[in-house]
Design a protein. Structure first.
Length: 195
């Protein structure tokens, strides 16, 4: 019956049904659902909340607020720009977390201990990222993941901004000089002394 009501024009749908969907949307949280299940339910309820569905920012924020706490922090660190971007980031992060926690499932004595999870995660990082994240003194697994993502993003951004230096012969060119110009010495010219 509910699926039939979704197909009917709005004037034929009972107001009580619409009100119930609005309340469900207002109270919707991820809970035990996967991100995909949560996103599908969220999307199906959007038709009943035009004050949210018509505004990209409100849609994105409401979706983010309903995510589980750990996922919320990680997705927010990625600065999603839209609802679709938030869903994509959440699904990618969830998949990454499932992969890393599935490794921890093989080590049961580690999976329940926050410090051990954090340390296991840190040990899996490349050397450069490991030392940078460790310098930030992460206090938990989530904190370590947050710091690693922030640092990795920063490293990628700084690497993309580095431009190769132009070289003329064996000497780098000084900005603003033509290839035929040379850099003058800062020493004053020596004067000849007449005797």
């Amino acid at each position: 019956v509910e699926q039939l009501l979704y197909c009917l024009p709005s004037e034929y749908v009972p107001e009580s049904f619409v009100n119930a969907r609005e309340r469900e949307f207002d109270n919707l949280v991820q809970g035990t659902m996967s991100v995909g299940q949560y996103a599908r339910r969220f999307s199906s309820l959007l038709a009943y909340v035009p004050h949210v569905s018509g505004h990209e920012r409100a849609k994105r924020n409401k979706f983010l607020e309903g995510l589980n706490e750990e996922l919320y922090s990680l997705v927010l660190a990625g600065s999603p720009t839209s609802y679709v971007d938030a869903v994509d980031k959440a699904m990618d992060i969830e998949e990454g977390l499932q992969n890393s926690t599935s490794l921890l499932a093989y080590v049961p004595h580690v999976s329940g201990h926050e410090r051990a999870k954090r340390n296991k995660f840190l040990e899996g990082l490349n050397e450069e990222l490991y030392s940078l994240v460790l310098a930030g003194s992460p206090t938990s697994y989530v904190d370590a993941v947050d710091k690693a993502m922030d640092i990795e993003e920063g490293l990628q951004n700084s690497r993309s901004r580095v431009r190769p230096q132009v070289v003329q012969g064996n000497h780098p060119m000084v900005s603003g000089l033509q290839p035929t110009q040379s850099v003058q010495s800062s020493k004053p010219p020596q004067q000849q002394v007449d005797q």
